[in-house]
Design a protein around this ligand. Structure first.
Ligand code: GDP
Ligand code: MG
Length: 200
């Protein structure tokens, strides 16, 4: 069944953010880690622009499900070919959004299953942890790309690091493995279901 996910806005300027009356789930991570692909899988759509070329999202892109929930596709980091002035602008808008936005319900930090945590990822986890604590979750992406037992063993180590060192709940996902998407989607939608039951 098709759900009512729609493109809402593409925000380049902190003064143009949508109203704060709907909970927002942020998808963040390195350029090319699979943010937009995962958003498309979850929303069962092609709303988010995916790319083989990293560094394409340079704004906060909002998608909305009815008047219930939003997804925010964040600009990826770690792509060196972005001009410094552009990078400065992006960092400023991210900083202001994270520090002031009141309707952030969850933050998903995406990590490539094969490559694990890079230095910048770890810095970001620590910063997010201070601001958002238990609202932060780690999502390992592209697990279909793990070829051998060594790769799989490494993912297991990254999973342990997520739980034990960072104290974060995690999900192992692949857009090619629908069960991993369903699990994540359920987790996102659960609070909505609870509200719905309360209303009934
Ligand atoms: N094999 C595989 N490729 C993926 C997966 N998710 C994303 N990709 C590919 O990774 C590249 C970057 O994806 P994209 O969603 O644009 O990353 P973003 O920059 O984080 O938004 C694209 O070529 C995708 O097709 C996955 O689960 N499995
Ligand atoms: Mg993207």
């Amino acid at each position: 069944m098709k759900e009512g996910w729609k493109f809402l806005d593409d925000v380049h300027d902190i003064n143009s953010l949508p109203s704060e009356n709907i909970p927002e789930i942020v998808f963040w991570g390195k350029s090319n880690v699979g943010k937009s692909s995962l958003i498309n899988s979850i929303t069962n759509s092609t709303l988010a622009k995916t790319s083989k070329i990293p560094g394409r999202t340079r704004s906060l892109v909002f998608f909305q499900l009815d008047k219930k929930l939003r997804i925010v596709d964040f600009p990826g980091y770690g792509y060196s070919k972005i001009p410094l002035t552009t990078e400065y602008k992006i960092n400023k808008i991210i900083d202001q959004y994270l520090n002031n936005r009141k309707c952030i319900e969850k933050l998903f930090l995406l990590i490539d299953s094969k490559h694990g945590f890079k230095e910048k990822d770890q810095e970001i986890i620590k910063e997010l942890d201070i601001l958002f604590k238990e609202k932060v979750f780690i999502i390992f992406t592209k697990k279909d790309r793990l070829r051998n037992s060594n790769d799989k063993e490494n993912l297991y180590k990254y999973n342990e690091k997520a739980s034990n060192e960072f104290n974060k709940k995690f999900f192992n996902t692949s857009i090619k493995e629908v069960n991993t998407i369903i699990l994540l989607k359920k987790f996102m939608m659960n609070p909505l279901m609870k509200n719905y039951e309360n209303i009934k």
